[in-house]
Each structure stands twice: as structure tokens, then as C-alpha cells.
Design a protein around this ligand. Sequence first.
Ligand SMILES: Cc1cc2nc3c(=O)[nH]c(=O)nc-3n(C[C@H](O)[C@H](O)[C@H](O)COP(=O)(O)O)c2cc1C
Length: 363
Amino acid sequence: MTKKKAGLLVDIIMYALMLTQMLYVFTTNNVHEVIGVVFFVCLIIHLIIKKWWFLTAFRKGQSRSRLFFNILTVILMLTVVLLMISSMGVSRFLFPWFTFLGSSDLHRYMATAALTLAVIHGCMHCIWRAKNTRLAIVLTVLAGIAAVSIGLFAVPYMNRHLKKVEIGSSDKVHGSKVEWVGEKPLVVYFTRVGNTDFDPDVDAVSGASLLISDGELMGSNRLLADMVGDMLDCEPVAITLTGERYPSSYNATISVAGDELRAQARPDIEPIDVSGHDSIILIYPLWWGSIPMPVASFLEQNDFSGKTIYLIISQGSSGFGSTVSEIEDLCPGANVVPGASIYCEDVPDARETLLETIRDWSE
Ligand SMILES: Cc1cc2nc3c(=O)[nH]c(=O)nc-3n(C[C@H](O)[C@H](O)[C@H](O)COP(=O)(O)O)c2cc1C
């Protein structure tokens, strides 16, 4: 096999591996990590085969397209280095001892950037060879947009719709405690599970961020609340609907929640009295970039002036969205303190992050 053919084969394998990595909701974590290592081995072979590039890249008198390609390639290499370090940082199977840059947000964004830049990098070779350069440029831009969309939208969408994780919640919940200086806060949470009419057969239930703990469905935010409750040695209180509950289908819930948000509905909930507490830890999911309307019902039912509301959110890629300002608007006179924002997939392993957050707050 010629060097050129070997290079092409390695490139094709690398693109296939990158796309497979995006489907990690199906391949599962351990396979994802192993494929990651195979990818980096292929990358080293690719760099050895293309070592001439390093010698010629920054010679004077290059065409504009060459210069663009070279700059793009340098950024791609930096991105891949960050992707590699963050991959090890978030690793739970192959490199659990490595924690530097262990941010799953960073890892996801670097993966999207690396895929997009690699697609454009590959397409530029085609532009140089193409008979119809304009068409090749248009196709390159479209391929770049497709790559960004896969990373930013398709992967989180697949995760939200298809992910079901089985855990033993007691292993995840129990651990180090935090001494809260002063009166302990009240921990209040909202979760879809518990406010939804699910099929009693767990295996028949499909949908996002569903945790199965010891054979029972458990909401992500319930698990987070149990972790915080364990740290502070207190019993979290759930925001519970008294009227109509959410439908069991994830898509139907999305649509109902969207209607509620547009109407600024205030669904009926069981009353929760916060009057005896100076501080409240509120744990909730991001819905449509906003707070779920039952959380708004809870906030409106109480007077929070002079109190501190600490926030912990779980989300499917959008951070706190607009929830902090919404909560400030709903609770005039309250001190609203955002803390941990947990990506839904990281919920089962969020205890360490929560511990740091609660320790910061407790001082
Ligand atoms: C109705 C609905 C709307 C959602 N909207 C968003 C969103 O706008 N942005 C986001 O990042 N995640 C969104 N998500 C994902 C949830 O925030 C995430 O899966 C969360 O961990 C669910 O927590 P739970 O299992 O305790 O209900 C949405 C989920 C649902 C059910």
C-alpha cells in the first residue's frame, strides 16, 4: 500500500470514529473511552504520514486558501489537544486518576469544535481537487454547519430522548458530610419523575434523563436532592403537583411544558412552608431555557424577602438559561445565589461537584 493510500485509509477511519463517538448514547461510556484512545493512535499515524506539512506550512508566498487551511489546521490541533486532555479528565474507565480539565462541558464543546474543524480541514483537500470550486465551497460550508449541529443539537437531543441509566442510588448518594454554619437550609426540589404518570413497567418507559435506581424510576433532580440531603443530613422536600400530572411521553411533556411556559401557568402544587428557614437550596431542571412552571408556583406561594435561595440546576446543555433572573423577579428581596449546573448525563456522578458547592455556601 502506498503512503498516500495509507493516509487516506487512516483519515477515513478517523472520520468514522469521530462520528461513532458522537453516538456514545448507544456505544456506552467504556466503549466510548476505548474508541477515543484508538482515535488518538490514528491521529499520531496521520501526523507521521503528514509530517511534511509541518516543514512547509509557514513558508512565505502561500496562496490565501493555503494560509486559511494552515491557520485552521493549527486551531484544529489545539482543539484536539484540549479534547484529549479533557477526555482524560472526564474519563471514568481508563483514566479515573486524571482530573485536570475534567469538565464535561469543555469536553463536549471541544468534541464539537474538533469535528467541525476536521470536516472543514478534510473538505479543503476536496476543494483544491474539485472541478467546480464554488460548489465545493458551498458543500464545505454545509458540511461544517452539519458538524456543528450534530455536536450542539443532535447529540444532546439523542441523550435526552434515549438515555436510561441504571444506578444503585445508595452508592451515589452517601458520602462526606458538610457542617453548615448556622441554621440548616431547607432543600426543595422538582423533578419530572414523581409528577408524571409513568407506566409501572420501567422497561416500557422511554425518555430522557431517566435513572433507574434499584428497579425504580428516579428523577435526576431527586438524586441531586438526595445527595445534598445526605451531605447536610436533612430530608429534601419535593414540589409535587396536586392537579394534572405530566404525560409519560417525553415529547408530550416537552410540548405541555412549552404551553405552560407561554401561558405562564401556575400548576397547583402541595404547599411547602419556607417561613421557618433563612436559606433554601432549590434544585430544579431547566425546561425550555426557563424554570418549570411548578417551580414558579412554589416561589410565588412563599415570601422569600430577606432569605437566601441557593440554586442547583440540571440541564441538557444550556446551563442556567434565564432561570436566575426569573427567580430574582419572582422573589423580590431575596438573595439568589446560583451554584452548580449539572449536565443531565453527569447527574449520577455529581456528588463531588455538589460537595464543593455546598462547602462554598456553608462557609
Ligand atoms: C419539558 C422539558 C424541557 C427541557 N428543556 C431543556 C432546555 O431548554 N435546555 C436544556 O438544556 N435541557 C432541557 N431539558 C432537559 C432537562 O433539563 C434535563 O434532562 C434534566 O436533567 C431533567 O431532570 P429530571 O429528570 O429531574 O426531570 C428539558 C427537559 C424537559 C422534560
